[in-house]
Design a protein around this ligand. Structure first.
Ligand SMILES: [Zn+2]
Length: 289
């Protein structure tokens, strides 16, 4: 039995699968503030979901920047107490099998590339525009070896522009994220109806996507996150119109489509990772030594 997980800032999703393709059972629990409580809850939930069956493999993802070995989160954006803690080691001790941890945005991109709208394409650029802006390049259903993540949200679109949450200047995230809308207009994005604001966001996203296209040469761009999928959102047709005017290098812009896997995209990313990679047996041996 395979255990997959997605540890987010507010919720943890755990699920089990038997065939690496479909989810058999899943459960959502609140993410504890304390790392120790988090590991205990993870263990209990895994036990409940596996119903006494042996867990053979475990892959999942977490929000935040992972260290190069994928063993701990260097910087957890929502759960400060989890930063720097030995996540991989603690999860392995809790469930007794090797655990592979991915960055949640990379996992979401992988999920879309393998199980979602990216299925038919070789090179998938996935961008999520939500509280922040993140993304991943998935080539041939795989992520780069040793890769810790991408940061397309922190590309500069205006050198003397607005300050970003990371203290950089003129980053894409400072213009089109939910946080940016809150800072600039004093309201949640879903309560903003002014077409001028959304029009400007579409233009700024197009600048970001132009850079994504020239650097990543994607066959398709998949856009997820509340700023793309929410009730009030950035219009994809408008983004395409701006991009068509900007893009002069490639004969045509790739298809730009909405993400389709919703909240389970991280879990599907974990399954997709398993499909493409064999988990290290060495880790398993180490665990029992
Ligand atoms: Zn930034």
């Amino acid at each position: 039995m395979i255990l997959i997980f997605d540890i987010g800032g507010t919720k943890m999703r755990l699920a089990v699968s038997k065939n690496s393709k479909t989810i058999l059972r899943s459960k959502i629990v609140g993410t504890p503030e304390s790392f120790k409580d988090g590991i205990t809850l993870f263990k209990e939930t895994a036990k409940e979901l596996s119903k006494g069956e042996k867990i053979d493999k475990c892959v999942g993802c977490i929000a935040g920047l992972l260290d190069k070995k994928g063993e701990k989160i260097i910087n957890s954006p929502n759960k400060k107490e989890w930063s720097g803690k030995p996540l991989k080691n603690s999860l392995e001790k809790a469930i007794g099998v090797p655990v592979k941890i991915l960055n949640d945005t990379v996992a979401a991109g992988l999920g879309e590339a393998v199980f979602g709208k990216g299925k038919r394409f070789n090179i998938v650029a996935y961008l999520t525009v939500s509280t922040g802006v993140g993304g991943a390049r998935i080539a041939y259903k795989n992520i780069g070896k040793g890769l810790i993540g991408f940061e397309p949200g922190h590309q500069i679109i205006a050198p003397e522009g607005l300050f970003c949450g990371c203290r950089g200047k003129g980053h894409l995230e400072a213009y089109i994220s939910g946080t940016a809308f809150q800072n600039r207009y004093g309201r949640d994005a879903e309560n903003i109806k002014d077409p001028k604001i959304w029009n400007e966001a579409a233009q700024n996203l197009a600048v970001g996507l132009n850079n994504v296209i020239v650097f990543w040469t994607p066959d398709v761009i998949i856009l997820g996150g509340s700023m793309m999928l929410g009730k009030s959102h950035i219009s994809i047709p408008l983004v395409k119109d701006y991009l068509k005017k900007m893009e002069t290098i490639f004969p045509k812009i790739p298809p730009i489509i909405k993400a389709s896997l919703g909240d389970e995209t991280g879990l599907y990313g974990a399954l997709a990772y398993l499909k493409a990679n064999r988990l290290s047996e060495k880790t398993r041996a180490d665990l029992h030594s």
